[in-house]
Design a protein around this ligand. Structure first.
Ligand SMILES: NC(=O)C1=CN([C@@H]2O[C@H](COP(=O)(O)OP(=O)(O)OC[C@H]3O[C@@H](n4cnc5c(N)ncnc54)[C@H](OP(=O)(O)O)[C@@H]3O)[C@@H](O)[C@H]2O)[C@@H](O)CC1
Ligand SMILES: [K+]
Length: 493
C-alpha cells in the first residue's frame, strides 16, 4: 500500500529529527542524486559529461536540488543551477560551486538552457508552497512548457512545483515530471487528480521520518487486494459466501443488467439474484443467475435504471428499506443515485462519475458542475460523503474513494481504453460481489466498504489490461477477464 501524508504531517515528523541534528537534507539530496545518476546511465550510458540543469527556488526544495547537483557534478556532470530568486539555499549553492557547478540567475536564456539539458531537476517549490507558482518561477515553467514535449527528462524534487500538495489541485503552470522523487512519504497531491498525472513515476525515499496519525490518501496494491478478498474457506456453501441482489436494466437498457450480473457471477459470490424486467435476457446470458426476490446479503442498484422507470424505482425504494433496517451493504449506481435517501451509512457505496456527482451535490444545495468536480475531485467527494453518509467512489482515470473515518483511496490502475460504455455496470457488479462476500465485516467496520471499493477499482483496471493489453476493450471483455485477473492477484502473480 502506498500511503501519503500531508505537508503538515511531514513537517511535524521532520521537526524532532532536525532538532536532533539528523541530516535530513543530505539524505534526501543523496537519494535524489542517486536516482538521477541511474536515469542518466540508462539514457546515455554514463553520468560524466551529462548536462544537468537545476531549477532552484528560494527554499529548502531548491537546497535539495543544489546538493544533488553537487553530487552529480562530482561524478563529472556539467551542472548549472538557474536561480529564480535572489534568495537561494546558501549551503547548497556553495556545495555546488565547490563541486565545479555553476549558479546563474534565471534570465531570458534560462528556458533555452534547460531544454538543451539531458535532465532537469525541478527544485522550485516543495511542501513550503502556498498556491501555484508565482513570478519568475511561473514564467520559467511557462516558457519551458511552450517548447513542446520533446526535451530533457524532468525529475521533480519532492513534488512537481506548484501542485496543491495536500489536495492535488493544479492552480497554475506546472512542469510535468517523468519521475518524482519524494522524501519521507508520498504527498496526497502525487496520488490525486488532476496533479497526479504531472508527477510521472513516483519514488518514495525513506529519510527516517516517523509519521504519526492517519495517512491522508492511500493507494492499494495487488497484495492489499489479495488480503481484502473474500476467499471462501473449505467449508463454504453458497449462502455463507453471500447472495447479491441486483436491481438493474430495463427493456430499453437490457445490457446493463447482463453486464452487472455477469461481473458479479465472475467475481465470485454465492448467488446472484436479479430483480427487474429483463430476467429472460439475463438468464439467457448467465444461467447461474436466480430471478426474483429472496434474502440477500448485499445489493447493486441502478445500472441501466432510469428514475422514471416506476417498477424499478419501486424495487429500489423497497430494497433500500433493508439497507437501512438490516444494514445490508449496497452499491448505488447510475439511475439509483437519484433515489438515494437523504442519509445512509457508509455501507452504501455510491459510484458516480463526475457529472453524476455534480448532480448529486446540486440536488443537495451545492451547485457545482462537472468541470468544478474534475478540478478538485477530492474536495467534492469528501463533501458528498459528509452530506450523504455514504462511501463515495468517483469514477475517472484516477478513481477516488472516501468512506467512514476519513478512509480515502486513490487508484490509477485502469488503461484509458476502459472509458467505454458498460464499464461502470461491470464495476458495480464486481463491487457488489465483494460487498456481499464481506457483508458481516462491513457491518462491524463500515470503513471497510471504502477499501473494498478501492480494491474493486484496482481489479477493474487490471481486468481491462488483461482483456487486451495496450488496446481497446469492451465492457463484456473486462467482465470475462475477471476470474483470471483475480486468480493472479490471489496467487501474488
Ligand atoms: N526541512 C528540512 O530539512 C527538509 C526539507 N526538505 C525539502 O524542503 C522542502 C520544503 O522546504 P521549505 O519549507 O523551505 O519550502 P519550499 O517548498 O522550498 O519553498 C518555500 C519558499 O518558496 C516561496 N514560495 C512559497 N510559495 C510560492 C509560490 N507559490 N511561488 C513562488 N514562491 C513561493 C516561499 O517564499 P515566501 O512566500 O515565504 O516569500 C519560500 O521562500 C521539501 O519539499 C523538501 O524538498 C527535505 O530536504 C527534507 C529535509
Ligand atoms: K519541486
Amino acid at each position: 500500500m502506498l500511503l501519503s501524508w500531508t505537508s503538515s504531517q511531514v513537517r511535524a515528523a521532520e521537526e524532532p529529527l532536525l532538532a536532533a541534528g539528523v541530516p535530513l537534507m543530505d539524505r534526501a539530496a543523496f537519494a535524489l542524486a542517486t536516482r538521477v545518476a541511474g536515469l542518466l546511465r540508462e539514457r546515455r550510458g554514463r553520468v560524466g559529461g551529462a548536462r544537468v540543469v537545476l531549477l532552484v527556488g528560494p527554499g529548502n526544495n531548491g537546497g535539495d536540488a543544489l546538493f544533488a547537483g553537487a553530487f552529480l557534478a562530482r561524478r563529472g556532470a556539467e551542472v548549472v543551477a538557474l536561480a529564480i530568486d535572489e534568495r537561494i539555499h546558501a549551503g547548497g549553492a556553495a556545495a555546488l560551486v565547490a563541486a565545479g557547478g555553476r549558479v546563474v540567475p534565471a534570465g531570458r536564456a534560462a528556458a533555452g538552457l534547460a531544454s538543451g539539458a539531458d535532465v532537469v531537476l525541478d527544485g522550485l517549490l516543495g511542501i513550503g508552497a502556498s498556491g501555484g507558482l508565482r513570478g519568475g518561477a511561473a514564467e520559467l515553467v511557462d516558457a519551458l512548457a511552450q517548447r513542446g514535449p520533446a526535451g530533457p527528462l524532468v525529475v521533480a524534487v519532492d513534488v512537481p512545483s506548484g501542485i496543491g500538495i495536500d489536495d492535488g489541485e493544479v492552480p497554475g503552470a506546472v512542469l510535468p515530471a517523468d519521475l518524482t522523487v519524494t522524501f519521507g512519504a508520498a504527498k496526497p497531491g502525487l496520488l490525486l487528480p488532476p496533479a497526479a498525472r504531472l508527477a510521472g513515476r513516483v519514488e518514495v525515499v525513506d529519510i527516517g521520518l516517523d509519521l504519526a496519525g492517519s495517512p491522508s490518501v492511500a493507494r492499494l496494491d495487488a497484495a492489499d487486494v489479495a488480503e481484502l478478498w473474500p476467499v471462501p474457506p473449505p467449508e463454504a456453501h453458497k449462502y455463507t459466501r453471500g447472495v447479491l441482489g441486483v436491481v438493474a436494466g430495463a427493456r430499453r437498457y437490457p445490457g446493463a443488467a447482463v453486464l452487472a450480473t455477469t461481473a458479479a457471477v465472475l467475481t465470485g459470490v454465492g448467488m446472484v439474484r436479479y430483480l427487474g424486467d429483463v430476467g429472460d435476457l439475463v438468464v439467457a446470458r448467465r444461467p447461474e443467475v436466480v430471478i426474483g426476490v429472496g434474502r440477500v446479503q448485499a445489493w447493486v442498484f441502478g445500472p441501466g435504471v432510469s428514475p422514471d422507470d416506476a417498477s424499478q424505482r419501486r424495487r429500489i425504494e423497497h430494497a433500500f428499506e433493508g439497507v437501512r433496517e438490516r444494514g445490508e451493504p449496497a452499491v448505488c449506481d447510475a439511475g439509483a443515485l437519484e433515489l438515494l435517501p437523504d442519509r445512509v451509512g457508509a455501507h452504501v457505496v455510491l459510484t458516480p462519475h463526475a457529472g453524476e456527482l455534480a448532480r448529486l451535490l446540486s440536488d443537495r444545495g451545492e451547485h457545482v458542475d462537472r468541470a468544478t468536480v474534475e478540478a478538485e475531485p477530492l474536495r467534492w467527494v469528501r463533501l458528498a460523503h459528509d452530506l450523504t453518509g455514504a462511501t463515495v467512489l468517483l469514477k475517472g482515470a484516477t478513481t477516488i474513494v472516501v468512506g467512514a473515518q476519513g478512509a480515502t483511496y486513490s487508484q490509477a490502475d485502469a488503461p484509458a481504453w476502459l472509458a467505454t460504455a458498460g464499464a461502470g455496470d461491470v464495476l458495480a457488479g464486481l463491487l457488489g460481489a465483494l460487498l456481499a462476500g464481506r457483508a458481516d465485516d462491513i457491518h462491524e467496520d463500515p470503513s471497510l466498504a471504502a477499501a473494498l471499493a478501492a480494491a474493486a477499482a484496482l481489479v477493474h483496471g487490471r481486468a481491462a489490461d488483461r482483456a487486451n493489453p495496450g488496446g481497446p476493450v469492451s465492457a463484456r471483455g473486462v467482465a470475462v477477464a475477471l476470474p483470471e485477473t483475480i486468480a493472479d492477484l490471489l496467487a501474488g502473480a
